[in-house]
Design a protein around this ligand. Sequence first.
Ligand code: ADP
Ligand code: MG
Length: 621
Amino acid sequence: MAKKADKFEFQTEVNELLNLMIHSLYSNKEIFLRELISNASDALDKLNYLCLTNDEYKTLNYLPRIDISLDKDKKTLTISDNGIGMNKEDLINNLGTIARSGTKNFVKELSGEAKKDSALIGQFGVGFYSAFMVANKIEVLSKKALEDKAFLWSSDAKSYEIKESQKDIHGTTITLFLKDSEFSEFYRIEGIVKKYSNHIPYPIFADKEDYIPPKDGEKEGSYETRNVQINKASALWKLNKSNIKANEYNDFYKQISHDSTDPLAYFHTKAEGKIEYTTLFFIPATEPFDLFRVDYQSGVKLYVKSVFISDDAKELLPPFLRFVRGIIDVEDLPLNVSREILQENKIMANVKDQSVKKILTELAKIKDKDREKYIKFYKLFGKVLKEGLYGFNNDKEQILDLALFKSSKRDSLVSLKEYKEQMKEDQKSIYYISGNNESMLRNSPLLESFKKNDIEVLIMDEEIDTIVMPMVYEFDKTPIKPVNHSDIDSEIKTEEDKIDESKHTEILVKMREILKDDVKDVKLSSRLSDSAAVLIYDKNDPDFSMQTILKQMGQTNLPKVKPILEINPNHEIFEKLNKNEAMIYDISTLLLDMAKINEGMNIENPLEFSKTLTRVMLKAL
Ligand code: ADP
Ligand code: MG
């Protein structure tokens, strides 16, 4: 009795994705095979893992493999695996929806512009649905391991059907009804497999037709079909470095990352000390689409003795290295190590520490040897790397060494080491100014005395700088200080800057009284040469850009932080003010408001500001 088929609609996002893929002029159609093979390989990994860790599965007797068969006449390509398989529910969840929220968001961001989107899709790896680029119709016949029923899923990319069916062994068989016969040619398929899937750990077989030339007395030759393995099926990272070519590393990277661009760099390490393990890390040349999402996917896969264990263990590397892709393969762990145990495992902790060290060390080598490449890396991932400066961790010094910054004196990015080499003889600290607007920072009154004294100041205009730099106290024994903190004044004061405070005591006392609700203090400054006044912050107070970020992060009940107003005693205003005390109220409030504007702050009462300014203008006319 034939079972009736159930009809289903695709989730909206899937429809959008399918539409895009079928109609955008996607230039790199062949990647569909990489996606299907990688799914088959994942399914074998999953079953492998269950067999190792779960007694119920130990009775299963199978040799993991992937088979491809081609039919030129029918224009079909079939790919089978004997992996975990899917039941009806799995088919609906996996091949009818996009489950991961990160992926969903990604699809929403696609613009509909074919060129832009196909670049994005290429980088992102669209998985199963990419098969619709080459097929009008797809059938998926699957039987889940340890279950009895098999199901047939079929779709023309508009909707899909599922019905009960028959299948001998657990696993999945996917049949593509091809749009054209290109992908039913053995040599074409063999080429794609070698390019993208040579080093998946399972063998891939296909039928190869060999031409046998005519023997004596025969007129025509004949064809003989042999089932051959078309990939190496060896873990690339286990091979000897000297036997691996750059393009093999690059192709392997593309296989595990879905990125279609060659990586910027790779680091391959075999550790044979107390703990034996192999790592192969890649630095991408493009930004992973989910780099700044909370639910980013880990790019590092964990293997134990070449057996796949997990690809969702974010703790394999710290978040500040989340752009790294690659493999960690540990020898000294039991195969049935549970994912939960991994987090507390001492061996893993050790491998992680060593891996972080290795990656940072290799990046430092690139920085010293190939600045151009390093800048490329830094522009892509510098922001993420700098997250490692937050809080306490052992790698801070190494990360600081890798950081590059804009500078008040140079056009190119500089490292802290390079900064130190150019420091003035009596210069005590490394100075920086931080905020979110580069040109405002470069023109800040706070830099006047630094410019006058020819002292370099690092310009930090990325949000992450404002967050992490207050937690960085020194580099290579030299203190690092922001130019707007109160304790710097004495460091940059020269003999000629010494001020005769007594001349101004009276004004200071009056200004403090007038501005007492808005500022912590009014002081004489030695950091100004052209401007009349500037706002600075007490050493332990968050400055304005820090306050802004704290607010953005949702901290609404921040205590009001009062800045300190520093005034330039050498400015004409104060000489004149000494003689004209009637104006002191208006001038004081204007100076404070101007200092706020210079820093990008809002003034609290614009109307009052205008009134005061008008009064002063009238006086001046
Ligand atoms: P991804 O592999 O990134 O999860 P895909 O679109 O490639 O996304 O696949 C979607 C899901 O379908 C997979 O996560 C998996 O659960 C399931 N799937 C696809 N192919 C197979 C297969 N050959 N065997 C078992 N499950 C599969
Ligand atoms: Mg996939």
